[in-house]
Design a protein around this ligand. Structure first.
Ligand SMILES: Nc1ncnc2c1ncn2[C@@H]1O[C@H](COP(=O)(O)OP(=O)(O)OP(=O)(O)O)[C@@H](O)[C@H]1O
Ligand SMILES: C[C@H](N)[C@H](N)CCCCCC(=O)O
Ligand SMILES: [Mg+2]
Length: 332
């Protein structure tokens, strides 16, 4: 099988023939910090208010000034149960761009991302897709469909466009379209194997060019990573490094059940250590008030809400669950 890997807007895959052109790549619009002056608050429903007080623990700039890159240590009394970094607003308060990451794979990032797109009218972008739903290899890249596989190398612009214009069934992009109707951007990189992207790329004889992964333009954008915060894009570069370069606030999707405290706090620490702005935590799963409060308090992060498991997962049910459990203004 020939080397694979699809290159679309905003990214390239390096292969034996060198980097593919980053078709459609554009300058990222800056995301300006805002709402620094507001205090943490809790609305009584387990959701903390949007905005940390100046110098609150949880502000990476303040953390760095203190030399404190850990979630452990002194908890700022003003920020108990809240905290978090400023919302992802840009000039004029018009920007609302968020990275959705999580404590690991299958934690519910795509479903939450779809809900958030539906609630806020944001577009969706998954820069790197490895495998498809159910952890099966990416059918578009098996070579069964002549032309598509070469498109995945990024060497044939015409067929690459044909591949990326339509969401691949089973991709996170397709799930978001189905669950929200939101506009979606083509993936920058599509890899066949349902593995960590660095390894899936290696198996196709290519390397992801993380430098070329540039978010598409747009004031309202939801970007989903792959797996957890420290998943490698290459053997040198992790997703959290990419998020640090982008400086787009992240929403960390965390499970609610046993084991989540350590997973969540570890992820928060890894993000803070790299200076990634943390917008807040979105929980996914059954109620567990103490786990949620504990992560909010010790992690000094804003708890944005909890998306319950939906017995029937469709667009209407997801939209209702988002309305019931999150506040659109927390993502404005
Ligand atoms: N709130 C929910 N209600 C019902 N099912 C859900 C919910 N959230 C997630 N799921 C299901 O759980 C599985 C994993 O969710 P999801 O695909 O969102 O995980 P992910 O974190 O995006 O994984 P990946 O790392 O592969 O991108 C999917 O089958 C999804 O449909
Ligand atoms: C295949 C899976 N559904 C995701 N696309 C990629 C998850 C990578 C996880 C890597 C790891 O943490 O071990
Ligand atoms: Mg996903």
């Amino acid at each position: 099988m020939a080397a694979g890997g699809a290159a679309g807007p905003g990214g390239t895959v390096r292969g034996p023939n060198g980097p593919a052109p980053a078709a459609g790549a554009v300058e990222r619009q800056p995301d300006r910090a805002a709402d620094r002056g507001t205090r943490c608050r809790d609305d009584g429903a387990g959701r903390a208010g949007a905005g940390a007080g100046p110098g609150c623990a949880g502000d990476p700039a303040a953390d760095r000034a203190r030399g404190d890159l850990s979630v452990a240590g002194v908890v700022d009394a003003e920020c108990l149960g809240g905290g978090g970094d400023p919302p992802g607003r840009g000039a004029g308060g018009a920007m609302a761009r968020f990275v959705i990451t999580g404590t690991g794979t299958d934690v519910g990032k795509t479903v939450f991302a779809a809900g958030l797109c539906g609630m806020t009218g944001a577009a969706y972008w998954k820069p790197v897709q490895s495998g498809l739903a159910g952890n099966v290899p990416n059918a578009a890249l098996t070579g069964d469909a002549p032309g598509q596989h070469s498109a995945c190398t990024g060497r044939t612009p015409t067929t690459r466009a044909a591949l990326t214009d339509v969401a691949q069934p089973g991709s996170d992009r397709a799930e978001v379209e189905q669950l929200s109707g939101a506009p979606t951007h083509p993936e920058a990189v599509m890899l066949r194997e349902p593995l960590s992207p660095h390894r899936a790329a290696e198996l196709e004889g290519v390397e992801i060019d993380a430098e070329a992964l540039t978010p598409p333009p747009g004031a309202r954008l939801v970007i989903e990573g792959a797996g957890g915060v420290l998943v490698p894009l290459t053997r040198q570069i992790l997703f959290a490094d990419l998020f640090a370069r982008w400086q787009i606030p992240v929403v960390l999707v965390c499970a609610t059940g046993l084991g989540t405290i350590s997973h969540s706090l570890s992820a928060i620490e890894a993000l803070r250590a790299r200076g990634v702005p943390i917008h807040g935590v979105a929980f996914a799963g059954d109620p567990n008030g103490d786990n949620m409060a504990t992560i909010g308090q010790i992690g000094r992060v804003r708890v944005l809400g909890r998306l319950p498991h939906l017995a029937r997962l469709d667009r209407a049910a997801l939209a209702q669950a988002m309305r019931d459990n999150f506040r659109a203004e927390d993502f404005a």
